[in-house]
Design a protein around this ligand. Structure first.
Ligand code: SF4
Length: 690
């Protein structure tokens, strides 16, 4: 059999690859994201995931949480879930059963999971781990543009940009093939500016690195806009024609004069001036944010400040230019467009919009008044589990919040307080191991379905291998549960049929997929949404004529720097920031099971500046305890001069005592409900190894 063309199971670039029957992987050259056939180490080794040694291949169940798991039949496992859901809802109400989804699920699964929650369980409480990923960028873009799509242009436009500012993104490790697009940009004379508290591999590629104090990105962006205004670099004609709200923003950024911004951010004034000059004089420019700028309790306002800067320079809606967000998870973009979020219905519709409810209810064959309203966002949902008014039972699909949620010891406690927990996953993740029932699922190369990458390009993953005996697809699991719960309407197990229904449900919405078909995706190597009709070409570049707001104008919104919730103090004198390494992905549930990736980076570490290491009396390889107000994590030291003296860094891919999210702050952004993963106050102590 010839190798099957499909896409990587990991990040939002969704590189194209061929997979053969032996799970050997070769890159595709026809997919623009791959930049001519590149894959990173994770992509090359993704075949090994299919035969993970501890892969779950039969449903597991136990009578109570202290009992060992036993292999049981699918009938027994599904019957137990149905009985527990019924019991909990009879006793505590419909919202007492919650669903937690994942940004790695295909569009079909995300759509079906949202429908299952609203129609079969009739619970308001469904959200997903993408809330931890790009929700602040989504909220800011919706506020400014009326539409949230990762990149406003295809990756093939990146090399054309005369200047790119990347705030809080380390693409050299998170999505290395993207670096080829940046390299092409620089070969053509383009300049790259990176904003990051660490001198990451990406920052080392940059022409200009703005190494700011963690949690001060908003002040930096306001300061750059101040300079653009005072140096005559803003595009007054564009602003008059296409943007509202300039004067209120001008009033606020007046107070962000360069010396003040240097004091707040630690970035020298000449560097601020150079950055704004590069951006303001380029014929085409892109301003991009990623998790470093977004994962803050002020994340929405921080992204808004970068959007304001982009609007001030006249970038959004100009060919090859604009503001964008580098999404993180494989289907983080599509995952939030089709009803997996607590406040949304398919097509990126608001769940509290009566017209949206009528439209989706008609597609689902139910009455609009029977659809629940908005539910709890991810962190709030996890925080409420097992409480008096919170959910008493939880169904998790494709997520591992025990490792990936902030203040994760609290998450463990909340999961343990549940009356019932079921997890659908293909490996025994740390979350699955706390469940009452574990359902073994198919994974990426064993299933067909669409994903939407960081460009807003809808792609088709195709099954390349049969799944192991005993394993089911999530769509089959959802359909079986819906049938047992006597849900109205139809829950197809066939991805193409679910996609047809998704097209109808999204028609007329912001994320309109109604013109996208599997055939078109294959023929055109992906189709960009919005695509309202089969005759529509799709929309590779957004906002060229108008923004998706009622009056067609983008909205500038004044925002003020507030800084992180926790600042260094006598007890916790350092900033902690967290992030990823090249060899691992998200909670590590997948990549910690791939030999080559474990060999590359076998364990967590703590980056310390040499001066700090000297003060603590520790060398490279010593063990330290990092302590925040929520707990402690223990890991080995990496001494490096690339980090600020006041900051330590930990990657968040590991479980157990080295779990970075034992430390992180669950404080939420008031709009996006994004937790403040990216900065909290900690102290570091040497651990006696005698
Ligand atoms: Fe491409 Fe991301 Fe997969 Fe690496 S992890 S091969 S960058 S999609």
């Amino acid at each position: 059999m010839p190798p099957t063309p499909t896409h990587c199971p990991y990040c939002a670039l969704q590189c194209g690859m061929f997979v053969d029957a032996e799970a050997m992987i070769t890159p595709r050259e026809d997919v623009p994201a791959n930049a001519g056939g590149a894959l990173c180490q994770k992509g090359w080794t993704a075949g090994e995931l299919l035969s993970a040694p501890d892969r779950v291949t039969a449903p597991l169940m136990r009578a109570h949480r202290d009992a060992p798991f036993e292999r049981v039949s699918w009938e027994a496992a599904l019957d137990r879930i149905t009985a527990e859901v019924g019991r909990v809802q009879d006793r505590h109400g419909r919202d007492a059963v919650a669903v937690f989804g994942g940004g790695g699920l295909t569009n079909e699964k995300a759509y079906q999971l949202g429908k299952f929650a609203r129609v079969a369980l009739r619970t308001a409480n469904i959200d997903y781990n993408g809330r931890f990923c790009m929700s602040s960028a989504a909220a800011a873009q919706n506020r400014a543009f009326g539409l949230d799509r990762g990149l406003p242009v295809p990756v093939t436009d990146v090399p054309e940009a005369g200047a790119i500012l990347l705030a809080g993104g380390n693409v050299a490790e998170t999505m290395p093939p993207f670096v080829r697009h940046l390299a092409a940009q620089r070969e053509r004379g383009g300049r790259l500016i990176v904003v990051d508290p660490r001198e990451t591999p990406t920052a080392r590629l940059a022409d200009l690195h703005l190494q700011l104090t963690p949690g001060t990105d908003l002040a930096l962006a306001n300061g750059l806009l101040h300079l653009a205004m005072t140096e005559g670099l803003i595009d007054e004609a564009y602003l008059a024609r296409r943007v509202s709200g300039l004067e209120a923003v001008r009033t606020v950024v007046n107070a962000y004069w360069p010396e003040r911004v240097e004091r707040i951010t630690g970035v020298p004034v000449p560097r601020l001036r150079e950055a704004v000059r590069l951006l303001g004089t380029a014929a085409r420019a892109l301003i991009l944010t990623a998790r470093g700028a977004e994962q803050h309790a002020t994340g929405t306002d921080t992204v808004t400040a970068f959007v304001n800067l982009a609007l001030g320079l006249g970038l959004p809606g100009r060919p090859g230019s604009g503001f964008g967000c580098l999404t993180g998870q494989g289907n983080g973009q599509g995952g939030r467009e089709h009803g997996q979020k607590a406040d949304q219905l398919p097509g990126y519709r608001r769940i509290d919009d009566p017209a949206a409810r009528r439209h989706v209810a008609r597609v689902w064959g139910v009455r609009p008044e029977d659809l629940p309203g908005p539910g709890l966002s991810a962190a709030e949902l996890l925080g409420a589990l097992g409480t008096e008014d919170g959910p008493r039972a939880l169904l998790v699909f494709g997520s591992n919040p025990v490792v990936s949620a902030p203040d994760s010891a609290r998450v463990e406690k909340r999961l343990d307080a549940l009356e019932f927990l079921a997890v659908a996953d293909f490996v025994p993740s740390e979350t699955a191991m706390r469940a009452d029932v574990v359902l073994p699922t198919a994974q990426w190369a064993e299933e067909t379905g669409t994903v939407t990458n960081l460009e807003g390009r809808v792609l088709l993953r195709r099954a390349a291998r049969p799944r192991p005996a005993g394993v089911r697809d999530d769509l089959e699991i959802i359909a079986a549960l819906a049938e047992r719960l006597k849900a109205p309407g139809r829950f197809s197990t066939e991805p193409s049929e679910v996609f047809e229904e998704l097209r109808a449900a999204s028609a007329g919405g912001i994320a309109d997929y109604s013109g996208i078909t599997y055939e078109r995706i294959v023929a055109e190597t992906g189709v960009f949404w919005p695509c309202p009709g089969e005759g529509h070409p799709g929309t590779p570049r957004v906002f060229l004529d108008r923004f998706a707001t009622p009056d067609g104008r983008a909205r500038m919104v004044p925002v003020e720097h507030r800084g992180p919730v926790e600042r260094p103090c006598a007890d916790y004198p350092l900033h902690l920031t967290t992030g990823r390494v090249l060899a691992h992905y998200q909670s590590g549930a997948q990549t910690r099971r791939v030999r080559a990736l474990v060999d590359a980076v076998p364990e967590a570490f703590v980056e310390l500046h040499p001066d700090l290491a000297g003060r603590l009396g520790v060398d490279d390889g010593a063990t330290v305890r990092v302590t925040s107000r929520r707990g402690s994590a223990v890991a080995k030291v990496r001494v490096c001069a690339t980090i600020r003296r006041d900051t330590v860094f930990m990657p968040f891919h590991w479980a157990g005592a080295a779990r970075a999210n034992l430390l992180t702050n669950p404080a939420l952004d008031p709009i996006s409900r994004m937790p403040e993963f990216k900065v909290c106050a900690v102290r570091v102590d040497a651990v006696d190894q005698d």
